[in-house]
Design a protein around this ligand. Structure first.
Ligand SMILES: C[S@@+](CC[C@H](N)C(=O)[O-])C[C@H]1O[C@@H](n2cnc3c(N)ncnc32)[C@H](O)[C@@H]1O
Length: 267
């Protein structure tokens, strides 16, 4: 979302804050922003060792990288990107001890090092504030007129697809409920909010009214669905496009007016 907005001059934010509770992920963003050339060098070394190895040695190299502890921030970021590019389906999952536990992916020639992409991302993040907090804390800052996009762990569509372990603690229904109430508070403060999640009954119910915090009446949201490509599913036949839910606290008219007013005038 952030990189997409930035690529469009009409939508590019003047100021942006990106937040995630996963401190490894936030460190990767910081290293891409502040030390991209060192990252390119470290990732280049991992990429070369992996791509030059035969099938068996590649697997061995992957598991050795997965089980070792990073030696510093650059190494942490290089190892994170390396594992993301070579693991099964680009999945991110940790066990209860917070250790990355996705198996090897066995792609023939994964693009581990994308020098141009990393330099572009570094440039895009130049003036961005990166924070690592629970959403409850992070959502205290936005003020009336700000725009917040939320991309929480998706509510699983079925019991077998229950995958919410981006961090040590699982993001269960009580977390989805807590997030909905935080969004109600943003709405009361005049902050514009867009949330994406799976088009699952519990989430649909949550955003189409029901109860608010401490017995207050619940707030309703404008709901849209969009087809989203999903690479992550244990069943290959369910890996195509699926309905994804978008919940918004502003109308389509408001959206149109805001877009028109941000367009440069020909005069
Ligand atoms: C669907 S992913 C979105 C990832 C990110 N937007 C991206 O595209 O790289 C959900 C993210 O929510 C984060 N998360 C989980 N619990 C959180 C919490 N309580 N507060 C803030 N972020 C949380 C996870 O670490 C994970 O990165």
């Amino acid at each position: 979302m952030f990189f997409g907005l930035l690529a469009n001059p009409e939508l590019a934010p003047k100021r942006a804050v990106l937040n995630d509770l996963n401190h490894h992920l936030v460190t990767v963003y910081e290293v891409v922003r502040d030390e991209v050339e060192s990252l390119i060098e470290a990732l280049g070394a991992l990429s070369e060792s992996y791509l030059e190895a035969g099938d068996d040695e590649r697997s061995e190299f992957y598991y050795a990288q997965r089980s070792r502890r990073p030696t510093g921030r650059i190494d942490l970021a290089a190892r994170f990107v390396f594992l993301n590019k070579t693991c099964f389906n680009g999945l991110y999952r940790v066990n209860r001890r917070g250790e990355f536990n996705v198996p090897h992916g066995k792609y023939r020639s994964p693009r581990i090092l994308d020098i141009e992409g990393l330099r572009d991302a570094s440039q895009a993040l130049r003036n961005v504030e990166l924070t690592c907090s629970d959403f409850g804390e992070a959502l205290k800052a936005p003020q009336a007129g700000d725009f917040v996009y939320l991309d929480p762990p998706f509510e699983p569509l079925s019991k077998t697809s229950s995958f919410t372990n981006y961090t040590q603690g699982a993001f269960d229904r009580s977390e989805q409920q807590r997030l909905k109430w935080a969004i109600d508070e943003l709405t009361e403060r005049g902050v514009r909010v867009m949330l994406s999640n799976s088009a699952q009954d519990y989430i649909l119910g949550l955003y189409s009214a029901d109860r608010g915090p401490f017995g207050r009446p619940g707030m309703r949201y404008r709901l849209e669905t969009t087809l989203a490509r999903r690479a992550i599913n244990s069943r290959g036949d369910r890996r195509g496009a699926i309905d994804e839910l978008i919940a918004l606290n502003y109308s389509a008219d408001e959206e149109r007016r805001a877009l028109e007013s941000s367009r440069p005038r020909n005069s």
